[in-house]
Ligand binder design. Structure first.
Ligand code: ADP
Ligand code: ASP
Ligand code: MG
Length: 406
């Protein structure tokens, strides 16, 4: 008997018909004798409409109350699936995040899971129930409801799988697995059978939203076997596993595109010790994560400092930058939101050279200007204008020989 955690995303629970299909699948697994914990997302589009509703209630919705509101999306689907299973004669029980023992820190809207007490779920399983857990949510130590950031149900599922020492965490979604790039952007993308935690983590960080970043961090840290697969067919999907040697022979294994960043430039700040600290400390205090940072030294003791933040944090980061800009004597603060970050990722880059040159040549061949560049051992990222994002992804996919055979 295996213990399986199965997570179904928004499009897989989009309406009652879809939830019935999820019930078919869950039922089948249970009939095979496995113990099943289901983790659900809200119906697709529901979290977005709840956010819009909150924005009608207040221009700056209170974060604590926003989490209470957003958590209802997953509460709805969990209750509906449990009802359907029960009406079919199965033992099933729904659990909200706190009932599933998911304890988080206090950061509303992007809380981190600190601990999971799996007692309630384990009791339900031992009693023959299918446990249906509302994803994306937990509670802090004072019992306040928190949410885990967009796409957070993936993290709920992997964290629960790790706490319960499940045999597998299956992520059922609307594509057949993890592809060499977003199959919706590039029709010649290929499905990857096995990918290392490390590469998957880079892909998630760099914009492949098929798995939330924290879910991959969790899986990597606790060695949770993750199977990303389609909820619409029975095909085997992608196994996310520990690094295996055959992967290193592939130089580039994937291309990603992230449209969720914005750029801020401090124009002509004094080139002196302490200036960067003055700029980045207030951003850190406001819990704004900064991604790429580039400094261009000019003549005359001045420098331009450019960095990127996520679009969610952009308005706050801009306000802080305007204020700090005056303090440090910047001539001007420039911003751009219509940007995209395209990245090539591969473990094999550790031991191969020439990847950057191929990337820059491929972008140049399409006349795409590179605004910012950053690299790590296993990836290279370029910021370009948003309007070229899809063209850049397809061009790079083909330049690195990732296109499937026609
Ligand atoms: P769910 O609602 O099931 O959580 P998401 O929309 O969050 O699904 O993630 C699945 C989507 O991720 C796919 O529909 C696809 O467009 C997108 N995606 C981006 N990059 C990739 C990739 N490399 N492989 C597979 N899907 C990707
Ligand atoms: N419903 C949440 C979202 O749309 C969480 C999830 O689907 O994973 O971001
Ligand atoms: Mg998702």
């Amino acid at each position: 008997m295996a213990l399986r955690v199965q997570k179904y995303g928004g499009t897989s629970v989009a309406d009652i018909e879809h939830i019935n299909r999820v019930a078919d699948r869950v039922q089948k697994s249970q009939d095979q004798g496995d113990q099943i914990v289901v983790v659900l997302s809200a119906m697709s589009g529901v979290t977005d409409s709840l956010i819009r509703l909150a924005e009608q209630a207040s221009k700056t919705p209170d974060k604590r109350e926003l989490d209470v509101l957003l958590a209802t999306g997953e509460q709805t689907t969990a209750a509906l699936l449990a009802m359907i299973l029960k009406s079919r004669g199965y033992k099933a029980k729904s659990f909200l995040g706190f009932q599933a023992g998911i304890q988080t820190n206090k950061i509303s809207g992007k809380a981190r899971i600190m601990d999971i007490n799996g007692t309630n779920i384990l009791h339900a399983l031992a009693d023959g129930h299918i446990a249906v857990v509302a994803g994306f949510q937990g509670a802090d130590e004072d019992g306040a409801i928190t949410t885990l950031g967009r796409g957070g149900s993936d993290t709920s599922a992997v964290a629960i799988a790790s706490a319960l020492k499940a045999d597998v965490c299956e992520i059922f979604t609307d594509v057949d697995g993890v592809y060499t790039t977003d199959p919706r952007i590039c029709s010649s993308a290929r499905k990857i059978d096995r990918i290392s935690y490390e590469e998957m983590l880079e892909m998630a960080i760099l914009g492949a939203k098929v798995l939330q970043i924290r879910s991959v961090e969790f899986a990597k840290k606790y060695n949770v076997p993750v199977h990303v697969r389609s909820s619409f067919n029975e095909e085997k999907g992608t196994m996310v596993v520990n690094e295996s040697s055959d992967m290193e022979s592939v130089v580039v294994s994937g291309i990603t595109c992230d449209m969720n960043e914005a750029r801020i430039t401090f124009k002509k700040v004094p080139d002196q010790p302490g200036i960067s600290a003055k700029i980045f400390s207030p951003l850190a205090q406001a819990e704004i994560g900064v991604d790429m940072i580039i400094q261009n030294t000019r003549s005359g003791g001045e420098t331009d400092l450019t960095f990127t933040v996520t679009k969610d944090d952009f308005e706050r980061a801009r306000e802080i930058s305007e204020r700090v800009g005056k303090e440090v004597g910047a001539h001007e603060i420039l911003t751009a939101v219509e940007i995209a970050k395209v990245s090539v990722i591969g473990l094999g880059m550790k031991s191969h050279s020439g990847v950057a040159a191929t990337m820059f040549q491929a972008l140049a061949s399409e006349n795409i200007n590179i605004r910012l560049i950053s690299t790590s051992e296993i990836r290279i990222s370029c910021v370009i204008l948003a309007k070229y994002a899809e063209l850049a992804v397809r061009t790079l996919h083909s330049a690195f020989g990732l296109d499937k055979e026609k």
